[in-house]
Design a protein around this ligand. Structure first.
Ligand SMILES: Cc1cc2nc3c(=O)[nH]c(=O)nc-3n(C[C@H](O)[C@H](O)[C@H](O)COP(=O)(O)O)c2cc1C
Length: 625
């Protein structure tokens, strides 16, 4: 490029050239400031007032859990920006902040909302279900939102991380969620520390209720709920570690022992679908044993004043018969309450639209409601009214709560609707219940069990007795029939086996023993001693090598002896009766069975009056089949 051209390019263009901006900026700005401040002091006052008022309003909105800010601004933003598990964590963290920093229910409780549960009066019937505050971090935050009942957990004895992420899914189109957390828990130790810290803080502000000096680990004072709040209850929900033996009760027993003294209610969770084998604990006898063990452990707690009540939480996926088994286990174990229900593994019947519907795990929220309600309706008449039900599953409105109450639930719990609507949910639902109760001039307690005409929530002990007597009779006659059939079948089978053995043996030199067996079998046709003889024949009819020889006792109806020389899973027939009642499969006809030497075969006895058929059978000419 030529030198003149270069210098021309470096030279600023005349219309773009500017004076040094720094040299001009100060006077310009000061001029502007001067010009604007002096005459606008009132405007500035207005704007700062507006700013402060807006801040106060925002804070007021933030603190008041009812404000639309939470449901219509905060929650959509959370859903937009955070995945479900992150959102869940944030909510727990918010509610575990210091009192001054978290939202609360500032509404007034209507007297009509009062309910009774497990011998305690509660100011309102809306509770938070297990799974939201798994590690007891936000107990007071939840109570401050106006829940009458707070259930923490499920907590497992040892800390465990649960299933791999992602494990929590929103099904927004269905107002539902699916989770497969798999009992992620910080363990009993963490929950215990939280419960004790709460108690110590309470003791410091209420020193007169505790011994002085305050013990290191004080126990809750008698006469007040373990929630440490009048008219509200605290429940601890117990789960099992994944590595614990499926059939073991130990994890629950540990939880009762350690955490029982700090809870109004201990919930035995046997219904989470995300821990392998857990739901099998809902079977009749297994559940009865588990619950009886838990109740015994609770009764052994030292703090006799105000022992926690025990409730069991079941699934809504149980059939009517399975719910009847649960009712039986509850009645016969001394458990005081039942929560119906946990999440469901159903999918197809729910007519879901969300693309996440096929995620593995337990489904909660609106689609669960009819199933939970049905389970309540099935279970309620099978339990005496003294055993309350807690309804849970898809409750999202006051009307849902009232439907559960009429079906017999003394209290309802929710989780998923709280996840969607936010911190104002308990207040919204309580207000809806109140307005509905006012319209019908009723109270919550007046609604509980209203669907049943007998005033006992369908419970009729005599009917149950009559039904169980009928079932017993049916079982008895069925048992007789089965015994009869199995006697006949096993006899035919015994004979078949003995004959097969005899057939094999006939090729050997042990002909006599086989005949003895046949004799016995033939002898069995005479009726009276047939079973015993047949068993003896079977036991004696060994074949093959290693045959042992023992002397046949004189009587043909003598006790059979099975010499089991090798260790075996075969059950030795210790008596004829034993051999008879064994299933044929459990008697092994391999060479371990001995051959018995018989005394000479007696001449066939011909009794006076016996017909020809009997005689032919007795003499061995005819075979009994
Ligand atoms: C994310 C999540 C975690 C849960 N974890 C537990 C749990 O640890 N223990 C338990 O007993 N139930 C647990 N549940 C089940 C709830 O307590 C409740 O029974 C179920 O969600 C039905 O109520 P809902 O439809 O109001 O959510 C969980 C539910 C959800 C959504």
């Amino acid at each position: 490029m030529s030198r003149p051209l270069l210098s021309a390019l470096r030279r600023p263009l005349p219309h773009l050239s500017r004076p040094n901006p720094l040299s001009l900026r100060q006077p310009q700005i000061s001029a502007i400031r001067h010009a604007s401040t002096t005459p606008s002091t009132p405007r500035r006052f207005v704007s700062s007032t507006l700013f402060i008022a807006g801040g106060v309003l925002l804070i007021a909105y933030y603190y008041d859990s009812r404000s639309l800010l939470h449901e219509h601004v905060v929650m959509p933003l959370v859903r937009l920006g955070l995945d479900p598990e992150q959102g869940h964590k944030l909510a727990v963290r918010l509610l575990s902040l210091d009192k001054w920093a978290r939202p609360r229910d500032i509404g007034v409780e209507d007297a009509g909302l009062q309910t009774e549960l497990l011998g305690q009066k509660i100011t309102n019937p809306v509770g938070i279900a297990a799974g939201f505050d798994k590690d007891a971090d936000a107990i007071d935050g939840l109570f401050d939102l106006g829940f009458g009942y707070v259930e923490v957990g499920s907590v497992t004895p040892e800390p465990q991380s649960g299933n791999p992420k992602p494990r929590f899914f929103r099904l927004e189109e269905d107002a539902a969620a699916i989770n497969r957390y798999g009992f992620n828990s910080l363990g009993h130790g963490h929950t215990l520390a939280k419960l004790r810290a709460r108690l110590v803080a309470f003791a410091q502000s209420h020193p007169s209720l505790f011994p002085s000096p305050l013990p290191l680990n004080p126990l809750p004072p008698s006469g007040i709920p373990r929630s440490l709040r009048p008219g509200q209850l605290l429940a601890v929900n117990l789960g099992k570690n994944k590595v614990s033996a499926a059939e073991s009760n130990e994890d629950y027993i540990k939880g009762v022992k350690l955490l029982g003294p700090y809870a109004d209610v201990i919930v035995i969770n046997v219904s989470s679908p995300n821990t392998p084998g857990l739901r099998a604990l809902q079977g009749k006898e297994i559940l009865k044993n588990l619950l009886s063990d838990v109740v015994n452990e609770r009764n052994n707690l030292k703090n006799n004043d105000g022992l926690p009540k025990i409730a069991v939480k079941v699934a809504s996926d149980l059939s009517e018969d399975e719910l009847a088994d649960v009712a039986y286990a509850v009645r016969s174990s001394g458990v005081e309450g039942v929560i119906v229900s946990n999440t469901t593994v159903r999918r197809e019947e729910l007519s879901l639209t969300s693309t996440k519907q096929n995620e593995v795990g337990g489904l909660s929220g609106k689609p669960l409601f009819p199933y939970a309600l049905d389970s309540i309706k099935t279970l309620r008449p099978l339990l005496p009214p003294s055993i309350p039900l807690i309804g849970c599953g898809g409750v999202s409105t006051g009307e849902d709560a009232l439907k559960m109450a009429r079906a017999g639930a003394s209290l309802v719990q929710l989780y998923t609707s709280f996840g969607y609507r936010g911190v104002g949910t308990p207040r919204l639902i309580k207000d809806e219940i109140t307005s509905s109760l006012k319209t019908s001039q009723s109270r919550w307690l007046g609604e509980v069990g209203k669907d049943y005409s007998n005033g006992q929530m369908g419970w009729d002990e005599n009917r149950l007795k009559r039904e169980s007597e009928n079932v017993r009779k049916e079982a008895e006659s069925l048992g007789d029939l089965l015994r009869h059939i199995s006697e006949k079948e096993s006899m035919a089978d015994l004979i078949g086996r003995a004959e097969a053995a005899l057939g094999r043996k006939s090729s050997s030199a042990e002909q006599t023993q086989g005949d003895g067996a046949r004799d016995n079998l033939a002898g069995s046709a005479t009726g009276q001693v047939q079973g015993e003889d047949a068993a003896q024949g079977l036991v004696e009819s060994g074949a093959g090598a290693d045959v042992q020889r023992i002397q046949q006792p004189d009587s043909q109806v003598e006790q059979a002896r099975l010499i089991d020389s090798a260790p075996s899973t075969t059950r030795p027939a210790s008596s004829i009766q034993d051999a008879l009642t064994s299933t044929p499969e459990s008697i092994d006809l391999t060479p371990r069975v001995v051959v018995v030497e018989h005394p000479p075969i007696p001449e066939p006895r011909v009794e006076q009056g016996e017909d020809e058929w009997v005689q032919s059978v007795r003499s061995g000419q005819r075979r009994l089949v």
